[in-house]
Design a protein around this ligand. Structure first.
Ligand SMILES: [Ca+2]
Ligand SMILES: [Ca+2]
Length: 290
């Protein structure tokens, strides 16, 4: 009975001695080699350390209470000594990879603003739109002149000037030619033009500026062709009117078939020809600008 009580106490004593001896040996080992890598430390505490290349570095106590890897100063950055001493990153790479490093912030913060804010207006702002490049000619009611697109609404013929989009008779002169005529078969009184039932002998005379000029006589014809060219005359004069006389030349006294005034119209100028109709006859003329 006594033996059973003493034995446990001896066992406890042995255990205490063993712990004390082991603890002393452990502390003695730590103090003897000076290696602090496994030592518990305070978080944030820094400590010098030796780098693999012989330089001196520093290491910081982490959250787990142990020192981290030795950080070594390099020429252009940091050299992080790994546990095997082989992990070496270039300085710039290390700098770039660190989120709190001094690398410039991203484009969103310092890059110049986009075109919409500071760049000048685009091509559409200074150039006219598609409608300007595909210009629509403005020729409504116009037959000549600028079409507003660098082109023309049309051109006027010789002898005409473009005024307000219309071709108007210019200040030049025109040559009127009395070309041919047609005489009724009888006089207005129902008799023959000549005695004994003879056909007329037509002649055309035109008075311009007080001077009368007459064509040749065409004998015995109801459809004379004179082709009688008058002196060049201004358009204004021809529009105002020139007098004419259509005669049947006779031996004794000529018969006047008809007479009147030729007033050349703008349309006749444009067409270059016209017809005058009078009592018992009609005749044609042409107009050519000089
Ligand atoms: Ca006659
Ligand atoms: Ca006659």
């Amino acid at each position: 009975m006594l033996n059973t009580v003493i034995k446990p106490k001896l066992h406890l004593l042995k255990s205490s001695l063993n712990v004390g001896l082991l603890g002393g040996v452990f502390l003695g080992l730590l103090s003897g080699c000076g290696d602090m890598s496994g030592m518990m430390c305070n978080r944030g505490q820094t400590q010098g350390c030796a780098c693999s290349d012989g330089r001196s570095g520093s290491r910081t106590c982490g959250v787990d209470g142990t020192f981290g890897q030795c950080i070594c100063q390099a020429d252009a950055g940091f050299v992080q000594d790994g546990s095997d001493g082989s992990s070496t990153m270039s300085g710039m790479d290390v700098m770039m990879s660190r989120p709190d490093s001094t690398v410039n912030p991203g484009p969103d913060s310092t890059v110049n603003p986009g075109p919409d804010s500071t760049v000048g207006p685009g091509p559409d702002a200074t150039m006219s739109g598609p409608d300007a490049t595909t210009c629509v000619p403005r020729c409504s009611g116009a037959v000549c002149g600028d079409n507003g697109c660098g082109g023309s609404c049309g051109t006027c013929g010789q002898g005409f000037d473009c005024v307000g989009g219309q071709c108007e008779i210019g200040p030049g002169t025109w040559v009127m030619t009395i070309t041919s005529g047609m005489i009724d078969s009888e006089t207005p009184s129902g008799s023959a033009w000549d005695v004994f039932g003879g056909n007329p002998d037509p002649q055309i005379c035109v008075t311009i500026a007080g001077t009368e000029r007459c064509s040749a006589e065409v004998m015995d014809s109801f459809t004379p062709s004179w082709n009688f060219a008058l002196p060049a005359t201004t358009g204004t004069t021809l529009q105002s009117g020139v007098g004419y006389q259509l005669l049947d030349i006779d031996v004794a006294a000529d018969d006047t078939i008809c007479s009147g005034t030729i007033r050349v119209t703008p349309q006749q100028f444009a067409q270059g020809r016209g017809t005058v109709t009078c009592t018992s006859a009609s005749f044609n003329f042409t107009l050519v600008p000089r």
